[in-house]
Each structure stands twice: as C-alpha cells, then as structure tokens.
Ligand binder design. Structure first.
Ligand SMILES: NC(=O)c1ccc[n+]([C@@H]2O[C@H](COP(=O)([O-])OP(=O)(O)OC[C@H]3O[C@@H](n4cnc5c(N)ncnc54)[C@H](OP(=O)(O)O)[C@@H]3O)[C@@H](O)[C@H]2O)c1
Length: 244
C-alpha cells in the first residue's frame, strides 16, 4: 500500500506540530505549512527523520492566493490527500462593545475562509483518495469549545470557530457517502503559545495537553468510511463542562 499523505496547516509549533509528528511516526507523507519559513523548515527536517516524504510550504492563511498555492503544491507533490488537517488559526479577545470589525474580518479570513478555500480546492483530490485503497479521506478541523458554547470576550474567535464546525457538518452532508468525512475537534484551553498570555488566569498545567488533542486527531485518521464524527468537544477536568 502506498503511504497515505496529509496536509497539516499551522504545523510549525503547538498542536499542529504534534499532529504532524504523530502522523510522520505512523508512516504518513506530509505537507506542513505555516507563515515563518525558519521554524517550519526545522520542523520538516525533524519529521523527515521518520522516513516519509515531507514538504514544507510557507503560506499565510489570510491570503487566498497563498492558500490556493499551498493546496496545489500538496497535490503536485503527492497526488493524494488522505487527511486535510485544518489547524492553523489565530486568537484575539475583546468585548463586543469595542472589538474592531476589521479584526473580526481577519479572524474570519484566517480561521474560516482559508478552510473553505482549502476544502474546495482539494475536494476533487479528496474524492479520488476516498475512492482508492483506504476508502476514505478525512478533513479534520481544529475548532474550539468557544465555538460550541459562547464565552465572554470571544465573539469573533468563537463565531469563527462555530462557523468552522458548521463547515465540517455541511461537508459531511454533501460528501460523506463518497467517503470524504469531516470532524471538528473542539478543545477548551490547550497549553501552547496561543494561551501563554493567559497563564496568570489559567495555569498551563490546568490546560489540555496539546499531545492529547493531537492523539485524537490522529485517531480520527484511522477510522474507516462507515462512520461520520461531526464534532468532538474536549473539555478540561472540573465542574464546568462547557467552559474553555
Ligand atoms: N491553544 C488553545 O487553547 C486552543 C484551543 C482550542 C483551539 N485551538 C486552535 O488550535 C489551532 C492551533 O493552535 P495552537 O494553540 O497550537 O497555536 P500556536 O501554538 O500559536 O501555533 C499556531 C500555528 O499556526 C501557524 N499560524 C498562525 N497564524 C497563521 C496564519 N495566519 N497562516 C498560517 N499559519 C499560521 C503558526 O506558525 P506561524 O506563526 O509561523 O504562521 C503555528 O504553526 C488553532 O486553530 C487554534 O485556534 C487552540
């Protein structure tokens, strides 16, 4: 069997880096992406040490042109996409009362629009991959618990993640009978660079371990085509099931 191939966005650090690491260890070929070339190249070199082919492509998810070029580079390199991991994202908090609308647009572009464009561009390849020996192709979005249950200061971020989760749901309704299925993984606070500024409010030890999110994502890639898992909330231990 040919090695499966995945495209992982936001793979230079945090949750995405761990997803790429676990996939590389499991024998996957990879395209990894982020904006900063240096850390991405470094990660890609380490991933290639597991024996698979690894392609590093810099792309800003805020640029449609770069998002399309990323999708095309992956198809050109591997000709298949067994898993599309929509992980790159940005956070930004602030009360609705004075959150700048332009910032809202930026969050939407990076967190949702890029995902839509990637899915659309890669759909023909996702379909042919799902019709191949594996029988399925997975789209896995790293969404957020704030997209499941609203939280103060997260109007734009939460709305963007709720939209991302909805995109996965709709994709399932349109494509799952052909073997292309989607899951939105929705964690609460995960200890990464993104949440480092919150360390005085929630200790990193009390946050979800990024390795646990990556483990769940990789487990989803092992499922067959008989099941659709639209979304999975992931919450921290404690009395508040729906609080990030
Ligand atoms: N940490 C949490 O508490 C948490 C909770 C729920 C969901 N999430 C989601 O999980 C995903 C990963 O977050 P993380 O915590 O692992 O973040 P992180 O540690 O800050 O890593 C973010 C990754 O995405 C890349 N990235 C950021 N902005 C990008 C852009 N505009 N275009 C392309 N790549 C970009 C970064 O590389 P460059 O900076 O070089 O581009 C990096 O590789 C995000 O979608 C986030 O919203 C995080």
């Amino acid at each position: 069997m040919t090695a499966p191939a995945a495209l992982v966005t936001g793979a230079s650090r945090g949750i995405g880096a761990l997803i790429a690491e676990k996939l590389a260890t499991a024998g996957w070929d990879l395209t990894v992406s982020a904006r900063s070339a240096g850390p991405l190249q470094e990660r890609a070199a380490a991933l290639a040490g597991h024996g698979g082919t690894v392609r590093a492509v810099t792309a800003d998810m805020g640029s449609e042109e770069e998002v399309l070029a990323l999708a095309d580079a992956h198809v050109e390199a591997f000709g298949r996409v067994d898993a599309l991991v929509l992980n790159a994202g940005m956070g930004s908090i602030g009360a609705i009362a004075d959150f700048p609308a332009r910032r809202f647009d930026k969050l939407y572009a990076v967190n949702v629009r890029s995902a839509f464009v990637l899915v659309q561009r890669l759909l023909p390849t996702l379909r042919t991959s799902a019709a191949g020996e594996r029988g399925t192709a997975k789209v896995i979005a790293v969404s957020s618990l704030t997209g499941v249950a609203g939280e103060p200061l997260n109007s734009a971020y939460g709305a963007s993640k709720a939209a991302l989760t909805s995109l996965c749901e709709t994709l399932n309704t349109e494509e799952s009978e052909g073997g292309v299925t989607a899951t939105a993984v929705c964690p609460g606070y995960v200890a990464t660079d993104m949440t480092a500024p919150l360390a005085d409010q929630v200790a990193p030890e009390a946050m979800i371990d990024a390795a646990d999110v990556a483990e769940l994502v990789v487990a989803l890639t092992r499922l067959g085509r008989s099941v659709v898992v639209p979304s999975i909330p992931m919450t921290r231990p404690g009395p508040h099931l729906w609080r990030a």
